[in-house]
Design a protein around this ligand. Structure first.
Ligand SMILES: [Fe+2]
Ligand SMILES: [Fe+2]
Length: 358
């Protein structure tokens, strides 16, 4: 288990903060569950992409997204048990970006479990990130649930160590969304062996929640919404009654059910990606998105950015997406259909028609 450097800090109890508390749209959704594990909540913030310009200047818009997510998470009542940060804290892996991001995250009043993103990693292969946050993969138990953090953004050694003339070039190549010079992400054999050993200690009816940065499913290779060894990692989760994978990286709401494994993506605090033009490539792969979904308004720059409050009961998560415009959406597991569903948009008559991008 990782020990992070974040300590509990008192929230500045200014009149302003107290006033904000009264009108906050964020409410905890308490769901009653009967059997496995205790009911509790945690929060999830992801993809801040803190970007250094020069000197003390950072891209303001990305800063604001993370600052607001942290401030509102601190005001949640009841308080979440912990917070997960889902990766891509930095934009280009620079010390200045990681330092500034860590400083903003340190304002959280809760323990933070960090996940590695490719934007944090490919400049120095995670060295400075480790100094700030600790191990790249780890696990812990909390109120009857086994939680695992994986570093899913590794790739082939040849690409990492031999292909690029400089560390900066390697970082830029992996940072591009649709860059054909990028390389598919993977968890890798060493980490899969660690996971195999880690899960040996866990009873098959214990709920498992895995946090990764890239999806542990193959959604769209063209944009690296993809993990090369997804099937092998899924196989390690398959013996368990109840497994959930929560991932960042895609900057959009996605949910899926593959056998016993429920998948949820989280929103970014920095910017939203549109849905890839075609998921057709996934037809022959394991992780085809089987549940229709849509984004509300791709022309609103903050549409589909936000952060998450995640009530957990019976080993299942309910994703409460707190959108930037103070509304929220809930995607929760439907026991009747056996898959996650969006309470606002799953009904075909309520879906917003697909938009064309120019
Ligand atoms: Fe990202
Ligand atoms: Fe990413």
């Amino acid at each position: 288990m990782s020990e992070c450097r974040f300590n509990r800090r008192d929230l500045l109890k200014s009149a302003c903060a107290l006033a904000a508390l009264n009108c906050l749209p964020v409410r905890m959704v308490e769901l009653a569950f009967a059997d496995q594990g205790e009911n509790f909540t945690f929060a999830h913030i992801s993809d801040a992409h803190i970007q250094h310009i020069k000197g003390t200047k950072f891209v303001h818009n990305w800063d604001r997204g993370l600052i607001r997510a942290v401030a509102e998470t601190n005001l949640l009542t009841p308080a979440p048990d912990f917070v997960v940060f889902g990766g891509d804290l930095a934009q280009l892996g620079k010390k200045s970006e990681l330092d500034h991001g860590a400083e903003l995250l340190s304002k959280l009043n809760y323990k933070v479990y960090p996940v590695m993103g490719e934007h944090d990693y490919y400049l120095d292969l995670g060295e400075y990130w480790s100094e700030l946050f600790g191990p790249h993969y780890y696990s812990w138990d909390h109120k009857g649930v086994h939680f695992v953090v994986l570093n899913s953004i590794l790739t082939y050694d040849k690409w990492t160590y031999e292909r690029w003339p400089s560390d900066e070039q390697r970082m830029l190549e992996m940072a591009g969304l649709d860059n054909p010079n990028g390389s598919p992400f993977m968890v890798g054999e060493k980490q899969r062996q660690w996971l195999r050993d880690d899960l040996k200690k866990v009873k098959k009816n214990t709920p498992i929640v895995v946090f990764s940065h890239s999806p542990i499913q193959k959604i769209y290779k063209g944009w690296n919404f993809w993990t090369e060894d997804a099937e092998e990692v899924q196989a390690l989760l398959r013996p368990f009654d109840n497994a959930t994978v929560i991932y960042g990286h895609v900057h959009q709401i996605q949910y899926n059910q593959v056998d016993n494994i429920t998948f949820h993506a989280v929103m970014a605090t920095a910017w939203p990606w549109p849905y890839p033009q075609s998921y057709a490539q996934a037809e022959s792969s394991l992780g085809k998105l089987t549940v229709p979904m849509n984004r509300a308004d791709p022309f609103f720059e903050r549409d589909a950015t936000g952060w998450q409050v995640i009530p957990m009961g019976s080993g299942k998560v309910s994703m409460k997406y707190n959108l930037y415009n103070n509304t929220s959406r809930i995607v929760a597991f439907n026991k009747r259909t056996g898959k996650p569903e969006d309470s606002a948009y799953q009904d075909p008559s309520r879906r917003i028609p697909p938009q064309t991008h120019y």
